[in-house]
Design a protein around this ligand. Structure first.
Ligand SMILES: C[S@@+](CC[C@H](N)C(=O)[O-])C[C@H]1O[C@@H](n2cnc3c(N)ncnc32)[C@H](O)[C@@H]1O
Length: 260
């Protein structure tokens, strides 16, 4: 990833939570709707432990964590976007549940934590933004104590292909961006780094019934920033809903869990 790409992520794509939220709406409204609750339960946080959520976004994991997740965790949330950090800060302080929490602007490749100071380090849908994901994993491992947990979430290759198909149909092969790091690739990197890695799979099918929500998702993508793209995407969405009342999307995310 170039400096320009990092700046684009920080200053455009993730400047505020609006684009991420436009995508989250599709999952919440039309899918299982239990993503963060599922994730929090699968990670099985240990009471009183120190958790780093790297690339925390707007802090949705901590908004949706079910009540059986211990509320005496020490939470350290990090994101490279000041706008996301402000949103996450408001989220985690909203209901007063998390008592020891700090939300920090920082980079996943140079975390502001001492070696071995974290019990559980998370990178939820974040590692694919790094130019060198293996270096990102090494940094997660550095801050995690021996015996602690590193948990990474990525999507399976080809997940939500129906959406990329619609973008391609509307805009052609515009994207010079490489495909995002898949969970299969992430698993291989983690195995090289940690040895044994557990895989927990989350399957979902989104049956989108409102074209406005589908368009909201598509116009949140980097491809939509090109001149004229938003109009073409709107036309593609209209055409898709003329063909069928529901636009169906298959999604597979994987939680990859390693012990340091
Ligand atoms: C797809 S969002 C996921 C947010 C959150 N984990 C979630 O699941 O809702 C990716 C997040 O990673 C952040 N990010 C991207 N590159 C980063 C980096 N190098 N260091 C820290 N955060 C980064 C973005 O600002 C964004 O908030």
């Amino acid at each position: 990833m170039t400096d320009n790409e990092a700046r684009y992520l920080r200053e455009v794509q993730y400047r505020f939570p609006d684009r991420l939220e436009a995508r989250a709406v599709l999952h919440r409204r039309y899918g299982r709707g239990d993503w963060f609750a599922w994730l929090a339960r699968e990670i099985a946080f240990v009471p009183g432990s120190v958790v780093a959520d790297v690339g925390c976004g707007a802090g949705a994991l901590w908004r949706d964590a079910p009540h059986d997740v211990p509320d005496d965790l020490t939470l350290r949330l990090v994101d490279s976007s000041p706008g996301m950090v402000a949103a996450a800060d408001a989220t985690v302080r909203a209901d007063g549940r998390w008592r020891d929490v700090a939300v920090i602007v920082g980079d996943a490749t140079a975390l502001p934590f001492a070696d071995g100071s974290i019990d559980t380090a998370l990178a939820i849908h974040m590692l694919y933004h790094l130019a060198d994901p293996a270096a990102g994993l090494a940094e997660l491992a550095r801050v995690t104590r021996p015996g602690g947990t590193v948990a990474v979430v990525l999507n399976r290759a080809g997940t939500m292909a129906e959406l990329s198909g619609l973008v391609e149909q509307a805009l052609g092969q515009t994207s010079s961006r490489p495909a995002p790091l898949s969970s299969e690739e992430g698993l291989a990197l983690m195995q090289a780094h940690f040895g044994t890695v557990e895989v927990r799979r989350y399957d979902d099918t989104l049956r989108v019934a409102d074209p406005v929500d589908l368009l909201g998702y598509l116009t949140s993508l980097p491809e939509a920033d090109a001149p004229g793209a938003a109009t073409k995407l709107a036309e593609a969405v209209e055409a898709a809903f003329r063909r069928s009342e529901v636009f169906t999307i298959a999604k597979i995310s994987e939680l990859l869990i390693a012990r340091r």
